[in-house]
Structures are given as structure tokens and as C-alpha cells.
Write a protein that binds this ligand. Structure first.
Ligand code: S3P
Length: 187
């Protein structure tokens, strides 16, 4: 069960290009909360883009920065956090999110993720792959067991961001973590 604290952060997890940033921004707007993109926090701390961190420090260096950034944002209140696709799959990150707030998985198929990401997406794990679709399928298979542990999930295919937000708000209400007056009607 997620924490009872109404102001605890909401974490969006899911594969690359599942829409976490777009949906997170919109969700924060609807709740009148702050939005934070974990990759952006990492980039600001490192003073360089994610691709450059991977190039200079390897994936291990990036994951270390990611864990530190997550620990910091998990303590914030009234905040929607869009996490990087690998964040819940490393170390204690997922448990930390489950303990600190409510976690929602935005589900996307590998085909759709690769299509949405496009070429030169700035995502080293896809851009560097000879066959991005095969790489995405393999990664998603390995990550699904982590994503499945979220408090709630939304299958995003065929939905516009506003509908995804509505589903998150609806599920939040059902599991009793948001009061009804915090879930305005879709405009
Ligand atoms: C990653 C996803 C990226 C970024 C980094 C690693 C991953 O974030 O954190 O490239 O391991 O799936 P998005 O999910 O926002 O693309």
C-alpha cells in the first residue's frame, strides 16, 4: 500500500518514450503540484546531457547519479516525478519510490516506444543499438517485473495524455490517496 500522506510524491515509471514527462507535466498542472523530471535533475547536477554522462562515466556512473537524484526528490511534497525508464530497475530505487509515494506505470509496447523515440533520441540505450526494436523488446522483458510492482498502471496505447492523467487520478481516488475534490473533471 502507498503511504497515507496526501502530499507524498507521485512517481511515473515506465519504458523510454512511454509519455512520462508529458503526462507528468499535465498531472502536476491538474493537481496544482510541482513537476520534476528526474533526468533533468541529473543533467543539472552533472552539467551535461544524459548522453554525455553515459559517454564519460558509463551506465554505472549515470545510475549512481540517478540514485542520488531520486533520493533527493523522493523527500519532496506535492510533486509529480517523471523517472527515466531504467530508474526503478536498479538497486533500491523502486522500493524507495513505493515507500515514499504512489507509483504509476505507464505501459507502452516496444514497437510504439521505438516509433515514438525516433532516431537520435538522445537515449544511449536505444541510439547505440544496431537493432533498436530488438533492443527495446529485450530491455522491456527484463524490466517488466519491476514495472509490474507499481501501485497502479495505465496501458497508454491509443490514449491521449489527458486520458492517461484521468486514469491516474481515478486510480488514485480508488486506492484512497487523493480526496475527490483533488480530481477535477476533464475540461
Ligand atoms: C533510460 C531512459 C532515459 C534516461 C537514460 C536511460 C533507460 O529516460 O534516463 O537514457 O535506462 O531506460 P526516459 O525513459 O525518459 O527516456
Amino acid at each position: 500500500m502507498p503511504p497515507a500522506d496526501d502530499d507524498a510524491p507521485i512517481f511515473l515509471i515506465g519504458f523510454m518514450a512511454s509519455g512520462k514527462t508529458t503526462v507528468g507535466r499535465l498531472l502536476a498542472e491538474r493537481l496544482d503540484w510541482t513537476f520534476v523530471d528526474l533526468d533533468k535533475v541529473i543533467e543539472d547536477g552533472a552539467g551535461k546531457p544524459v548522453a554525455d554522462i553515459f559517454a564519460a562515466e558509463g551506465e554505472a556512473g549515470f545510475r549512481k547519479r540517478e540514485e542520488e537524484a531520486l533520493r533527493e526528490v523522493a523527500a519532496r511534497r506535492k510533486t509529480v516525478v517523471a523517472t527515466g525508464g531504467g530508474a526503478p530497475c536498479w538497486g533500491e530505487n523502486l522500493q524507495a519510490m513505493l515507500d515514499a509515494g504512489r507509483v504509476f506505470w505507464l505501459e507502452v509496447s516496444p514497437d510504439e516506444a521505438v516509433q515514438r523515440a525516433g532516431q537520435a533520441s538522445g537515449r544511449p540505450l536505444l541510439d547505440g543499438a544496431a537493432d533498436p526494436l530488438a533492443a527495446a523488446r529485450k530491455l522491456l522483458d527484463a524490466r517488466r517485473p519491476f514495472y509490474e510492482r507499481a501501485h497502479g498502471q495505465v496501458e497508454t496505447s491509443g490514449l491521449i495524455p489527458q486520458q492517461i492523467v484521468n486514469q491516474i487520478l481515478g486510480q488514485s481516488m480508488m486506492i484512497g490517496i487523493l480526496a475527490e475534490d483533488e480530481t477535477p473533471e476533464n475540461e
